[in-house]
Design a protein around this ligand. Structure first.
Ligand code: IMP
Length: 178
């Protein structure tokens, strides 16, 4: 698995420190709001797990599965709900936890959907932001790291369902996907 990685972009220590910071900020910003945290499967499962451990206020957690990529490295542009939420977002302060914002198409679609479903507020927390490839005006409310335009894997992020279990964020060697 390691031989497919060109470079380690963010190591375990950097990820841990940033997630601790984000948890502290979110605990302050959402005090008394009983937020509903939505983990966007599958890529955000590790980030969500690590982040909620660092949030010191009561939260509820639900999961949704959205798909826009298929098995390649380019967004298809069409977002589909593969598994919907179990709870209603009506009147709730929603915090979406995303692994990476690339074109922004997935998050634009999903924030619009939650607003249409009458959430009281909708904010986006993303571990990684790749602003160079944006196709919408999507801006996350909380960003872990802004990264250059490279295809990254690990810490939940995959290429064709592999590499999610790497404990760091690494740049995938282009020859692996080209
Ligand atoms: P967007 O709709 O183009 O912003 O894409 C968002 C989704 O694409 C993310 O939730 C990821 O699942 C996937 N994605 C985008 N860039 C990468 C990457 O560099 N590595 C792995 N997955 C990515």
């Amino acid at each position: 698995m390691e031989s497919a990685i060109q470079e380690v972009l963010l190591d375990e220590k950097q990820l841990e420190a940033k997630i601790k910071d984000l948890g502290r900020i979110l605990s302050q910003d959402y005090e008394d709001k009983n937020p509903l945290i939505i983990c966007v499967l599958k890529g955000s499962f590790i980030f969500t797990a690590e982040l909620v451990k660092r949030i010191s206020i009561p939260v509820e957690i639900d999961f949704i599965s959205l798909s826009s990529y298929g098995s390649g490295t380019e967004s298809s542009g069409k977002v589909r709900v593969m598994k919907d939420l179990d709870v209603s977002v009506e009147g709730r302060h929603v915090l979406i936890i995303e692994d990476i914002i690339d074109t922004g198409l997935t998050m634009s679609y999903f924030t619009d959907l939650l607003i249409r479903r009458d959430a009281a507020s909708v904010k986006v927390v993303t571990l990684l932001d790749k602003p160079e490839r944006r196709k919408t005006d999507m801006k996350a409310d909380y960003i872990g790291f802004t990264i250059p335009d490279a295809f990254v894997v690990g810490f939940g992020l995959d290429f064709a369902e592999k590499f999610r279990n790497l404990p760091y964020i690494g740049v995938l060697k282009p020859e692996v996907y080209s």
